[in-house]
Design a protein around this ligand. Sequence first.
Ligand code: NCD
Ligand code: ZN
Length: 338
Amino acid sequence: MTDTITIRRPDDWHVHLRDGDMLERVAPYTARQFARAIIMPNLAPPVTSVEQAAAYRDRIIAAAGPNFTPLMTAYLTDQADPHDLARGLADGVWVAAKLYPAGATTNSASGVTDIANIRPALARMEKIGMPLLVHGEATDPEVDVFDREAMFIDHILTGLIADFPALKIVFEHITTRQAAQFVADAPATVAATITPQHLHLSRNALFDGGLRPHAYCLPVLKREEHRLAVRAAATSGSPKYFLGTDSAPHARDAKESACGCAGIFNAPFALESYASVFDEEGALDKFEGFAAEHGPRFYGLPLNQGSVTLHRAPNQVPDAIGDLIPFHAGQALGWRLA
Ligand code: NCD
Ligand code: ZN
């Protein structure tokens, strides 16, 4: 049995670091585990301009320390300006742009109401090689919440790929068999991130002896068959799937509420959480690719230097970290980051 794994220093290709006090509290956890991270722009107000992103990047570096590189993303709105996107990419501020369908998730009210509105932006991004990151859920309130990801594939994503064949697209935090299969069959311009919660939990976890707000995230957890399909994709070794925690902290009272916020704070034990999945699947040899190689290759960024080591050892996750409840709270993981 493998009891120690050493991999190239990994990156997190999807994280919410928030701002202000929350940023100062959560950024060190991500910086402890990852060399770089793709920073989600869904602040209130959202990060839509190059200047806002440059200032936010400075605040992240101040909170996370010098050994961590935040990779900034533009929040696309109906008014997305192709020239600004190109300028931000050329200036080394933007790395990618994020499509939130309006109303899909936390702070997405300023998101895109109709893909037609961002066609000029997408055409420019395709030309300059700027990846599009998508929150892939249909927002029509008529669509069942558990079907929103599959609907997005048919109604939006298929058309996007056909219309912009050279545009790099990351289908963020995939949760379904349909999404895993779609990405597998898609051209090499399409990849996906996968969170630890969607590898560990099915939707039963939301109702385990009562309503479980700390298992609530978006896209919402799905049936067991979907969890198994996403696990198979993550551990397959395919370069199309890579690590994106979607760590999304909300204070305990905002989660434990009559209208609780979506998001799971998984940053403190993210690598240990993923490692346990790869271990259970007998795929520890595929972990380095998923965590440290597939992402940078897709984005066209250099692989990190240096390495991290995980040991097989009991690792107790605290019940709480201040007023944040971490993923796996109160449980013991079987791996520990050295
Ligand atoms: C995220 C958040 O809280 O910002 N929540 C979540 O459940 N994942 C938004 C998102 O990524 O959808
Ligand atoms: Zn997210």
